[in-house]
Write a protein that binds this ligand. Structure first.
Ligand code: ADP
Length: 636
């Protein structure tokens, strides 16, 4: 048989290097990863054999077997699952098939991951973790339903290459053999394997079997002890989601959660309930304490594990949960779905829809209760997942107000961690205030200094601060308790109608000056008008009611998207003495250089106040310097 040698993809090489040289603690998680892979392979075989019983090849006794060979210093993890063809093994074991690989590699070098390598499981690179303990891995596999001659032997020492060879393998499934490093010999000990399986794989629903040596009485000679070898199942396989809620301990929840979510932290909250009625099912759901690195990636796997009458149907059933609750992990066990339920059936199934509605309501109810009864815990949740929950406002029209009231925001009146809900905001609205005002920004500190907030501060109106990239997009169309949400950065702001009359009067007085400014800046701005939002600053730039939000514009540009340039509106503070000063210049010489310079500086200031550069920084600095000199001379 020919042996082919191949190179790993670059990212795999980097990963292997880190595995071998950087990760030191919790090395035993390699066994959990390999057992999970074996269990997944069995689940797939069992599921596919429901449609095609030929895949069973007369063997439906699903099993994961661990074999220790002390002489050869190897540990083998075998399964009779789906197996791999040659091409599949090259693909599955030679590449990292997900986006965010670069971010992952960065994360892998962080202290957090170095101390908690269990995190690697979240990225689907579990297989390579065996290189923490082995200096060579041999994988022998044969796809279910294929002839014995289609077997494949894959081998690597983690040095950047692997070999691949056609072999014969009578039984379907996969054997992963680890050639253990000298210093990792403890994984050849029965008790060590037993402890690790118990700790990390107790809930795996297929038996993890190992041949163990036991002493028994000899049947031939009375009183004489003899050693016999017999199979022992190391894991308990208990389905804790079917137990009575009160009968499950915190400890069990913590272990089970870590097992299914491949997390290393305890869950923040447990949601365990049984539904009866139209659809009968048990749900055991968890809110994690920390968001996984990849939750914002496209290929993040959504949804709880679906079981039908204790039989696992699929690992991530996205039909059971709306995307904005994708942080929820857990298990749903249905009593009424058919065992051979396919993806197509799941997509248009009334029962599935009922389960999804029930879970959605339950999770939102629990969040509401947590917010009310355990505010600190809720803040922790919100810090990790508020951004994702928020997507629900856009996605789930019928529940948008419920979801909106689960969000917390800083505002011009909050301090520290003490955030606002929309309901609290509405309850504290001033008389005559008819909208919920918000400002978007990149960080709280700078946003709170924005000149756009001046008039709101003066009137003692609270303004919410939205710091997430999607905020303007999801929140600007929301109505909460009959109140519209309005960005203080966009459109006309009119907090007080009596002021409007003053503005009109002032406008008359300065109309000619305004016309000149408008004309001079016609290439830069859409319009020039007096402002209802400024009290201290001389001017600012605002977007039109329907224009794109500045934060959103920044985000789109950062994503490499083209954003058509929009011209803004220059608003001038009619109460600022600068206006009168400019008017004096205007009356003296409306075409003169000094007034032109003032107009240019006025616009530049507005640019600076919104966080942009002046149009021509050199000219800007020159003008300021000259005005400073003149100012100083006048003071003499
Ligand atoms: P993950 O299991 O998270 O996808 P791994 O690196 O552990 O990541 O495994 C990579 C892939 O290799 C799996 O997705 C699967 O396709 C394949 N694989 C690993 N172990 C087995 C096995 N025992 N049987 C069949 N396929 C396997």
């Amino acid at each position: 048989m020919t042996v082919e040698k191949r190179e790993f993809k670059t990212e795999v090489k980097q990963l292997l290097d880190l595995m071998v040289h950087s990760l030191y603690s919790h090395k035993e998680v390699f066994l959990r990863e390999l057992i999970s892979n074996a269990s997944d392979a069995i689940d797939r075989a069992r599921y596919e054999s429901l449609q095609n019983s030929a895949l069973l090849e007369g063997d439906a006794e699903w099993k994961i077997r661990l074999t220790i060979d002390k002489e050869a210093r190897t540990l083998t993890i075998s399964d009779n699952g789906i197996g791999m063809t040659k091409d599949e093994s090259i693909e599955a074991l030679g590449t990292i098939a997900h986006s965010g690989t670069k971010e992952f590699l960065q994360a892998l070098q962080s202290r957090e991951v170095q101390n908690n390598p269990e995190l690697i499981g979240q990225f689907g690179v579990g297989f390579y973790s065996s290189l923490m303990v082995a200096d060579k891995i041999t994988v022998i596999s044969r796809k279910a339903g294929q002839p014995a001659t289609t077997g494949v032997k894959w081998e690597s020492t983690g040095d950047g290459t692997f070999t691949i060879e056609d072999i014969e393998k009578p039984g379907r499934g996969t054997d992963v053999t680890l050639h253990l490093k000298e210093e990792e010999k403890q994984y050849l000990e029965e008790w060590e394997i037993r402890t690790v399986v118990k700790k990390y794989s107790d809930f795996i629903e297929h038996p993890v079997v190992m041949e163990v040596e036991k002493e028994t009485e000899s049947s031939l000679e009375k009183g004489k002890k003899v050693k016999v070898k017999e199979d022992e199942t190391l894991n308990s396989m208990k389905a804790i989601w079917l137990k009575d809620k009160a009968a499950v301990t915190d400890e069990e929840h913590n272990e089970f959660y870590k097992h299914i979510a491949r997390d290393f932290l305890d869950p923040l909250k447990v949601i365990h309930y049984r539904a009866e009625g139209v659809s009968e099912f048990n749900a055991l759901l968890y809110l994690p304490s920390k968001a996984p690195f990849n939750i914002l990636y496209k290929d993040y796997k959504v949804g709880p594990t679906l079981y039908v009458k204790r039989v696992q149907i699929m690992d991530h059933c996205e039909e059971l949960i709306p995307p904005y609750l994708r942080f929820v992990r857990g298990v749903v066990d249905s009593s009424d779905l058919p065992l051979n339920v396919s993806r197509e059936i799941l997509q248009n199934n009334r029962l599935v829809e009922t389960i999804k509605t029930s879970i959605t309501k339950k999770v939102l109810d629990v969040l509401e209760e947590t917010k009310r009864d355990e505010p600190e815990k809720y803040r922790e949740f919100h810090k990790e997942f508020g951004r994702i929950l928020k997507e629900g406002i856009h996605y789930d029209f019928s529940r948008r107000e419920t979801i909106a009231d689960l969000l917390l925001f800083p505002s011009t009146k909050t301090e520290g961690d003490n955030l606002r809900t929309l309901q609290e905001y509405v309850d504290a609205m001033k008389e005559g205030q008819d909208a919920i005002y918000y400002i978007t920004g990149a960080n709280l500190k700078d946003t709170l200094k924005s000149p756009y907030l001046e008039a709101f501060r003066e009137k003692d109106y609270e303004v919410l601060v939205f710091l997430d990239d999607i905020d303007d997009f999801v929140m600007s169309n929301l109505e909460f308790k009959g109140k519209k949400l309005k960005s203080v950065l966009r459109g006309d702001i009119d907090l007080d109608n009596s002021e409007k009359a003053d503005i009109k009067k002032e406008e008359k007085k300065y109309r000619k000056l305004l016309d000149l400014i408008r004309d001079s800046l016609k290439d830069e701005v859409k319009d020039v008008r007096f402002s209802g939002r400024l009290t201290d600053s001389p001017c600012c730039l605002v977007a039109d009611e329907n224009d794109i939000d500045p934060q959103m514009e920044k985000m789109l540009k950062a994503m490499g998207q083209e954003v058509p340039p929009t011209r803004k509106i220059l608003e001038i503070n009619q109460a600022h003495p600068l206006l009168e000063a400019m008017n004096t210049l205007f009356e003296k010489d409306k075409d003169g250089e000094p007034l032109k310079e003032y107009i240019s500086l006025l616009y530049d200031q507005a640019l600076v106040l919104q966080g942009s550069q002046p149009k021509d920084p050199v000219a800007f600095s020159r003008m300021i310097a000259r005005l400073m000199v003149e100012g100083a001379e006048n003071k003499k």
